[in-house]
Design a protein around this ligand. Structure first.
Ligand SMILES: C[S@@+](CC[C@H](N)C(=O)[O-])C[C@H]1O[C@@H](n2cnc3c(N)ncnc32)[C@H](O)[C@@H]1O
Length: 260
């Protein structure tokens, strides 16, 4: 597969079995942080891009470096640049300790909404795990519309959130790690081999935190960027209206509960 071949869920499902053994070998001895991106999601990313042989992967949101460590082990020949906005967090020291032997990782501090567009080069893969929701999606689309990244991954695209609804409605080339076929085959990576119940292929699976892949594609990412900014604006207006409505309600006794 070369960089001009569009990645898709069908391709990913076909390729994944071929990549499973290498994934398992490279991640077997890594220490694990419960807080980070799940293994089934990291396998989703790995199987989607392993054949592209990315030279650089830029990550936004390092925290305790669970995803950073896994990326570093999975792509030993790539440089991993990890951006974190909070230099004062207690996670910083934990991440530094966990990454101290990883020669291919460069840790930076700053807001990736500023740094990522400056750093981005043709062929880069980007993983966004902070900021979140519409801010993450807007950043991803802004990068994609430059035509440079071969793929952008965004984490925590939970079912039922406005950002996820936007993807389901407007971004048909995107595919997500909570697709029934993926969960069915690989969620066991998160539960030490425990089986996951059988879902019909077209089921709407609610598997929690979800990784989305936005491939370089024929999608008009400039238009999608504008639509996304508009959807975020509408969502903010709705949230303000809800807040104002709540504030205008008369004071209720402490034990009052709404029926629905
Ligand atoms: C969920 S944690 C990341 C977890 C990490 N990817 C892992 O798997 O262990 C999110 C992190 O993103 C950082 N963050 C939030 N907004 C950011 C931004 N605009 N630029 C860079 N980092 C950001 C937060 O400070 C936080 O440490």
């Amino acid at each position: 597969m070369d960089a001009s071949t569009q990645i898709s869920l069908g391709q990913l499902l076909a390729d994944a079995p071929r990549h499973l053994r290498t994934f398992a070998e490279r991640t077997a001895r890594l220490s694990k942080e419960e807080k980070g991106i799940r293994l089934s999601e990291m396998f989703f990313l790995y199987a989607a891009i392993a054949d592209l042989g990315p030279k650089r992967i830029i990550e936004s949101g390092r925290a305790r470096a669970q995803s950073t460590l896994v990326l570093s082990a999975l792509f030993p020949a790539a440089s991993i640049i990890s951006i974190e906005s909070d230099p004062t967090s207690p996670d910083v020291a934990i991440a530094a300790e966990r990454l101290k032997d990883q020669r291919n990782v460069e840790c930076r501090f700053g807001d990736s909404r500023r740094l990522l567009p400056e750093l981005l080069r043709a062929g880069d893969v980007v993983l966004i795990d902070g900021p979140k929701d519409f801010r993450a999606l807007k950043l991803g689309l802004r990068l994609l519309r430059t035509g440079k990244p071969s793929a952008v991954f965004v984490h925590d695209l939970w079912h039922g959130t406005p950002a996820r609804d936007f993807i389901d409605r407007h971004l048909p080339s995107a595919f997500l790690s909570d697709s029934a076929e993926w969960v069915q085959s690989y969620a066991a990576l998160d539960s030490r081999g425990r089986m996951v119940p059988a879902y019909p292929a077209n089921a709407r699976v609610v598997y929690g935190a979800t990784l989305g892949c936005f491939p370089a594609s024929e999608e008009n990412y400039s238009v999608r960027s504008m639509q996304c900014a508009l959807a975020q604006g509408i969502d903010r207006l709705r949230a303000s209206a809800r807040k104002a409505r709540r504030r205008s309600l008369p004071d209720r006794p402490a034990d009052f509960t709404l029926a629905a």
